[in-house]
Design a protein around this ligand. Structure first.
Ligand code: IPT
Length: 953
């Protein structure tokens, strides 16, 4: 006898996209036709399998009084039913397409509603629209099965007018977490089932709009725009501002201002059919592949982009309009000009915001089959004709929904899906449907189906070779422009090396920029951990904090990586030599008329004078030498510099007047170190102590005890840092992963052997050898202490001994202070910086609390260093460095930081631990990408550096 469970849910494992839905069409927010949002509280029941319950719940009269409630849009696993699962590319179920596990969490949803007054279901029709349901749904209205669908981040509409009643309607939706569709949705993100986008009932009066396609091109030679709106239902198109009043299908050519991401000029229009008036927001622009370049309105564009997943720390991918708007405003304020909607079409309202505020968009289809890589891509759905209808359905749902957005300039077939005939079919269909945009897909290395050569995480040297056209490849590929659809992996501290990439992008026409991976950390707000990541919900398979790799923290606070990126991609470059500054407009379209310029003059980091600077409204690409004023007369010497800033001249939709867009600093006179003349010398007293000026040392160990009234503990050489995600690197990276090597070589457990304490002449000398157990290499370290009577000077000499094959994480001294809170310094700030993440570090006077010096990486790791510090004051000590140093202070040790998995593991102790580093190893991007470039590696070599300490308490 054979037994197979009842197959009420056969569609779940069917490769087809579904049945019953209407053909896809353009999405628009609101027209004069009535609509009813069905968002809100829904009744909810969770079952462990797809067929645990029959479908009687969909019948009118079913008593769901005992059911739970969930909010729609939402994910049930974030509302106390089940738990989220994070995997990067592994399928969290056996790979046996299109079969899914028997354990298939299934959420039955019920919504009861009445029609608003005046809505006559008999007049025309009514459409029920789902904007996003993960991953498979069957829908009943008033007991009638109206169809089922897959394609989680795509809209599905059903004609329901014939089933509606004026009152007492019952909408029933059964959602399965796993379906055949899950095989196509293996993006690197949390698996989050649920009705996570809006559900809307749309009245479709007789003669209302069906689908329409706004074609609005721009001729950069004549300055004319041509508008033609093709519409399934004939009507008229009016654009009052342009005097346009034409029939659908008819073109009109008039002078216009073009739409670009820098100048997002939109014209309001209306498409009026007999039964409906649909508002249009029209942007005229022409995208083309010309001279081997992506051109918009005749000019090549440089993408300064970011990959954006939809994320909210409490609501997952159920984003409200305010959150979407926050993303767009943050991007604009950080000079970002492009978004790749990795790896699925976003909520459609996001694209309206991109149109309005100006962002170039690569709109990506909801497709990724990455897990098949584990089986050498065997049985990959994109190379199996049975799946092609599902792939074409996804392509069509994206293109039809989003085709009227001027911001969308490139369609992307999906991400990490290998190669196959299904992708070719998608590309052919898209090219046929919309010849006005380009097609992207990174996995197509030969560019058979695509118009852009695209790669992810290629290192700097390779990108440079591609820029030079020396990368080979197919003949077709050699003719195409290049973008890095992912680079600069923003996981934890970093990414490093962005300025180096930007310099390469700007050196070769073929390189049209890139998109940082990624916008936001997908941390889930959690009482236990502050933010949870993979593994925190007991997942069987997971990829840990690889899901936290964004430029903004889960709460959207900008990380130092975003601040760095903002500086690296600034639209104006300001450089100089002292008497003049060279101002370059690095935009592709706009002139500088939207910006004011301002100079300021700093002495010792403190601004002494400032004023406005006249800069011509340079056209895109132009530059000019602008004379600076006579420097203010200052007495007393000291280090001086100019700072020139470019600010918004007026309020804009995304930033207020005075918002700093770009800046540059020009040194004038260099640093003069205060003189230090050693006087007196160490005095050994009978009680086992050595006095030296203001300081007291332990006579046997040579350990510093205090400076004046300030007790100091544990001062010694330090080479260890709590490894960053980039230090640790991803397992598949080919570069050396230093995090693991450092641990193997014991740099986190260095031993300090005391060789001598010598109190001779004016110097107290402490000789040591610092080395790890088991290894022969070490650092011969000598501390030399002198005083000028009131201050204390420490000179540290380090001489590597033996065969050092790895760079050092850091090199400096660390010590503990018993009380410190406020910190003041003259150096780089306000935020953290490392050798290859220091473009945004502004030289000046800064202050902070110790707590605010910490950067809240979701998984704790090295953070918070300030670069180029001349002097710092904290805990009653003033520390002057020769040369400048990297400054870090925290309320826990490096060892505690290193051991912490979440921020909640860090509890402040009584001691503030201070690191004064002569060197830091760079950061790189090896959590997914290249390691630290050679100039930023901290190689062991003989060095000497010193600090002068004074009790200023
Ligand atoms: C690449 C993916 O496209 C992206 O979704 C994300 O997983 C990123 O890596 C890492 O965070 S794929 C990888 C093989 C480089």
């Amino acid at each position: 006898m054979s037994f197979r469970p009842a197959t009420a849910a056969d569609h779940v494992e069917d490769v087809s996209p579904g049945s019953g839905a209407l053909p896809p069409r353009a999405w628009y927010p609101a027209s004069d036709a009535a609509s009813l949002s069905l968002n809100g509280d829904w009744r909810f029941r969770l079952s462990p399998t797809a067929d645990a319950e029959d479908d009687s719940f969909a019948e009118p009269g079913y008593d769901a009084g005992g059911w739970a409630k969930v909010s729609v849009p939402g994910h049930w696993v974030l509302q106390g039913h089940g738990a989220p699962v994070y995997t990067n590319h592994l399928y969290p179920f056996p790979v046996d397409p299109p079969r899914v596990p028997t354990e298939n969490p299934t959420g039955d949803h019920l919504r009861f509603f009445d029609l608003p007054d005046g809505w006559d279901p008999a007049d025309g029709g009514t459409v029920l629209r789902f904007d996003g349901v993960e991953s498979c749904a069957r829908v009943w209205l008033n007991g009638t099965d109206i169809g089922e669908f897959k394609g989680s981040r795509l809209p599905h509409e059903f004609a329901v007018g014939h089933l509606l009643k004026p009152a007492g309607n019952v909408l029933a939706v059964r959602v399965h977490q796993w379906s055949a569709g899950s095989y196509l949705e293996d993006q690197d993100q949390w698996w989050l089932p649920g009705i996570f986008r809006d559900v809307t009932l749309l009245h479709r009066p007789a003669g209302s709009v069906l689908d329409f396609f706004v074609h609005a091109s721009y001729d950069h030679v004549t300055g004319a725009g041509t508008l033609r709106v093709d519409s399934d239902v004939a009507g008229r198109v009016t654009v009052p501002e342009l005097g346009i009043d034409i029939a659908t299908g008819e073109p009109a050519t008039v002078p216009v201002e073009a739409w670009t991401a820098e100048t997002p000029r939109l014209y309001d229009g209306v498409l009026a059919t007999e039964g409906e008036r649909v508002p249009l927001r029209i942007g005229f622009r022409t995208v083309e592949l010309a001279d081997g370049l992506i051109k918009v309105n005749g000019r090549p564009v440089l993408f300064k982009g970011v990959n954006r997943h939809e994320w909210h720390p409490e609501r997952g991918r159920a984003l409200d309009l305010e959150t979407m708007r926050a993303d767009v405003l943050l991007m604009k304020r950080h000079n970002i000009n492009a978004v790749r909607t990795s790896h699925y079409p976003p909520h459609p309202a996001f694209l309206d915001l991109c149109d309005e505020f100006g962002l170039w968009v690569i709109d990506e289809c909801d497709l990724e089959t990455h897990g098949f890589t584990e089986q050498a891509w065997r049985d990959n759905p994109v190379d199996d004709d049975r799946w092609t209808p599902a792939l074409l359905d996804r392509a069509a749902r994206m293109v039809e929904r989003d085709k009227n957005h001027p911001s969308v300039v490139i369609w992307s077939l999906g991400n990490e899906a290998g190669t196959g005939r299904g992708l070719t079919a998608m590309s052919e269909w898209i090219h046929g449907r919309d010849a006005s945009r380009l097609v992207h897909y990174e996995g197509d290395i030969d560019c058979r189906d695509t118009d852009v050569y695209s790669r992810m995480y290629a290192d700097h040297a390779e990108v440079e070779r591609i820029g030079q056209g020396l990368d080979g490849g197919t003949h077709r590929r050699r003719q195409l422009p290049f973008i890095l659809c992912e680079y600069g992996h923003a996981m934890g501290n970093g990414p490093g090396g962005l300025a180096d990439y930007q310099q390469i992008f700007e050196s070769y026409d073929r390189l049209q920029g890139g998109f940082i991976w990624e916008w936001i950390d997908h941390g889930i707000k959690d009482d236990r951990y502050e933010y949870a990541y993979g593994g925190d919900f007991g997942e069987e398979l997971h990829d840990g904090n690889f899901v936290c790799d964004g430029l903004v923290f889960p709460d959207r606070r900008p990380s130092p990586g975003l601040v760095e990126y903002k500086k690296v991609i600034e639209p104006v470059r300001i450089e100089g030599d002292g008497a003049t500054v060279r101002v370059t407009n690095k935009q592709d379209f706009a002139d500088l008329s939207a910006l004011d310029f301002e100079w300021s003059y700093q002495v010792g980091g403190e601004t002494v004078e400032s004023g406005s600077l006249g800069v011509p409204a340079l056209a895109a690409g132009e530059s000019a030498e602008v004379k600076l004023p006579e420097p203010p007369v200052v007495t007393g010497g000291g280090e001086t510099q100019w700072t020139v800033r470019a600010l918004l001249a007026a309020d804009t939709g995304w930033g207020p007047r005075g918002h700093v867009v770009a800046w540059g600093q020009v040194p004038v006179s260099g640093r003069q170190l205060p003189s230090f003349a050693a006087s007196g010398g160490p005095v050994v007293s009978g009680d086992g102590l050595i006095a030296l000026g203001p300081a007291v040392f332990d006579a046997r160990s040579g350990a510093l005890r205090s400076i004046g009234s300030v007790p100091v503990t544990g001062l010694r050489l330090d080479v260890w840092r709590a490894t960053t995600d980039n230090d640790d690197g991803a397992a598949w990276q080919s570069d050396i992963r230093y995090g693991a090597l450092w641990r193997k070589f014991g740099l986190h457990r260095m031993r300090h052997r005391l060789d001598a304490v010598e109190a001779v002449g004016d110097t107290l000398t402490v000789r040591t050898r610092v080395a790890p157990a088991a290894w022969e290499f070490g650092l011969v370290t000598v501390y030399r202490w002198t005083t000028d009577g009131s201050r204390l000077r420490l000179t540290v000499s380090v001489t590597p001994d033996g065969d050092w094959t790895v760079p050092l994480p850091r090199l400096g001294v660390r010590f503990g202070l018993s009380a410190a809170d406020r910190v003041r310094w003259f150096g780089g700030g306000p935020g953290e910086a490392y050798p290859d993440t220091r473009a945004a570090s502004v030289l000046g006077r800064w202050q902070s609390t110790v707590d605010d010096l910490q950067t809240p990486y979701v998984r704790p790791q090295e953070n918070g260093a300030r670069a180029d510090v001349r002097w710092a004051e904290l805990g009653g000590l003033r520390i002057e460095g020769d040369p400048e140093f990297w400054f870090t202070a925290r309320r826990w040790t490096t060892e505690q930081l290193d051991a912490a998995a979440h921020r909640t593991d860090l509890t402040p102790g009584d001691t503030v631990w201070v690191n004064l580093d002569h060197g830091q190893h760079g950061i790189g991007s090896q959590s997914c990408g290249p390691g630290v470039l050679p100039p930023y590696r901290l190689l062991a070599g003989p060095v000497e550096f010193s600090f002068v300490f004074a009790d200023v308490g």
